[in-house]
Design a protein around this ligand. Structure first.
Ligand SMILES: Nc1nc2c(ncn2[C@@H]2O[C@H](COP(=O)(O)OP(=O)(O)OP(=O)(O)O)[C@@H](O)[C@H]2O)c(=O)[nH]1
Ligand SMILES: [Zn+2]
Length: 479
């Protein structure tokens, strides 16, 4: 890299000296590149020139989204998702293109366009009403910078195919394009929809992209070396585990809890412990199973729909474990026919009169201590539904299935929040000796801010879907 360069279009490109930039995502190197009188900021990690097709984000300046925290657009989310992805990869470049504000029309015009959008126009129509181009951005500087950094072949983080075309038109090879996974926000849903409909932006698949390259290596429980990750980029991969669950007859559990082990506050407020990616993950599991089971406490507290909404897919049969008929007649699972409901109740429970056709009451066997074993419940469900079963909540139900040893797989998501006291997540009678505590092969995924640990509890789960599982620390132990 030199301080003075002639770029491809013979405009002078001047690179400034690198300095350190510690960020929430990690330590980057920052330098400016002045191109045609505009200073662009270039952040990098590692030695991008040394790898084939490093991750590159070519980010268009957006004062409102990047700096002011606006949710009108997805720029701020894309910026931080790309920095996180680059930091996670350990190598990559973010080129922050100044002068691109408002797709090149400048801040003042963008705000004029916003005012028109407030009055009902979409993002393209608003530009046109102002006699401005749909997209006035020029990527010459980005191509020149990439050439100067010796990175003419890249993996581009973007949902915009015309960015790929523009860069390729200037001699950059886009070996791959990855969409960034950013949160769904009601405030920018219309804008994103318009970008997809009118500007050919590609919607990312609504599932996490997994990278388990670091997952679960052999060792002695050294956490640093046993962390696998899901990066939030990418749309090409699904978690292979969803296919395994969909094609099998496993008992899978999922629970999201705070770092200190609670699923809700002491008032029962559970909105929202974990983030959008974990929610998409949960919906993806729902779409992969034949039945989803919750305890009556969850229905009473949350009135869940238990349907598949965040991803495409079929609704599973909803199974409510309610020995004493505690759920109200107004519960969504009883009143809304979007999916069949199996209502597991005691013999004495009288159903409401106008119960919907989608509800099938299944009587639980009478037991001496009124505690029906998880194994009995599973076989009862299997009499009515085939495929895998998801045990979704609450904490008591999931914990009892875990400690009864009937789970094949547990996804336990830990959110970076401390509730202090509240509705407990996983709790079961523990061991006195640490060496006897429950350890199993596991994989870890990063769902944005959340960390999901997938415990491979049964032999079939470990053998079935992970190459690494049988080399893991916990495999030999039992509890
Ligand atoms: N004119 C105009 N510009 C907007 C509007 N909303 C966001 N922008 C600008 O759009 C630019 C970002 O472009 P986007 O279309 O969101 O995304 P992209 O960079 O083309 O594609 P990605 O690489 O997927 O992010 C930024 O400069 C924003 O300031 C709007 O409603 N009108
Ligand atoms: Zn923006």
């Amino acid at each position: 890299m030199t301080a003075l360069h002639r770029s491809t279009d013979s405009t002078v490109l001047v690179g400034g000296p690198p300095s350190k930039l510690p960020t929430v995502h990690g330590l980057f190197t920052l330098r400016t590149y002045i191109h045609d009188g505009t200073a662009h900021a270039v952040m990098s990690i590692g030695d991008p020139a040394a790898v084939d097709a490093p991750l590159v984000r070519v980010h268009s300046e957006c004062l409102t989204g990047d700096a002011l925290g606006s949710h009108r657009c997805d720029c701020g989310d894309q910026l931080s998702a790309s920095l996180a992805a680059i930091a996670h990869a350990g190598t990559g470049i973010l080129i922050y293109l100044r002068g691109h504000e408002g797709r090149g029309i400048g801040l003042e015009n963008k705000l004029r366009a916003y005012a028109l959008q407030d009055a009902g126009l979409d993002t393209v129509a608003a530009n046109r009403a102002l006699d401005l181009p749909d997209d006035a951005r020029d990527y010459t500087a980005a191509a020149a910078i990439l050439n100067d950094l010796d990175c003419p072949r890249i993996t581009l983080l973007s949902s915009n195919p015309s960015k790929v075309t523009a860069l390729e038109g200037m001699g950059i090879t886009v070996a791959d394009r990855l969409s960034l996974q950013v949160p769904d926000r009601p405030e920018n849903a219309g804008y994103l929809e318009a970008k997809r409909r009118l500007m050919d932006h590609i919607a990312p698949a609504e599932h996490p992209h997994v990278d388990t390259t670091e997952a679960n290596t052999e060792g002695t429980g050294d956490t640093a070396s046993t962390v696998g990750t899901i990066s939030t980029v990418g749309e090409e991969d699904t978690l292979a585990v969803y296919d395994t669950i969909a094609g099998g007859d496993e008992v899978v559990a999922q629970l999201a809890q705070s770092e200190d082990g609670f699923i809700a506050t002491s008032n029962g407020d559970a909105q929202f412990v974990s983030g959008q990616i974990d929610r998409a993950h949960l919906h993806r599991i729902r779409a992969s199973v034949g039945a989803v089971l919750v305890g009556c406490g969850t229905v009473v507290a949350d009135d869940p729909q238990l349907t598949v909404r965040a991803v495409p897919g079929k609704n599973p049969v909803r199974v409510i474990l309610d020995p004493h008929g505690r759920i109200p007649a107004t519960a969504t699972v009883l009143t809304s026919p979007e999916a069949p409901t199996l209502w597991l109740t005691g013999a004495e429970v009288v159903p409401p009169k106008d119960i919907g056709d989608h509800v099938h009451m299944v009587r639980l066997p009478a037991t001496a201590d009124s505690e029906i074993s998880p194994a009995t419940i599973i076989s009862l469900i299997r009499e009515h539904v085939s495929g895998s079963i998801l045990v979704e909540g609450g904490g008591r139900t999931v914990s009892s299935f875990l400690s009864a040893g009937v789970l094949d797989r547990l996804f336990l998501t830990s959110a970076p929040v401390l509730i202090g006291n509240g509705v407990p997540g996983i709790r079961f009678e523990g061991t006195e000796v640490m060496a006897e505590a429950l350890r199993r092969p596991f994989r870890r995924y990063r769902f944005g801010e959340d960390m999901c640990t997938e415990y491979l509890l049964s032999k079939s789960a470990s053998g079935g879907s992970t190459e690494n599982a049988d080399r893991s620390p916990g495999d030999a132990s039992t509890a």
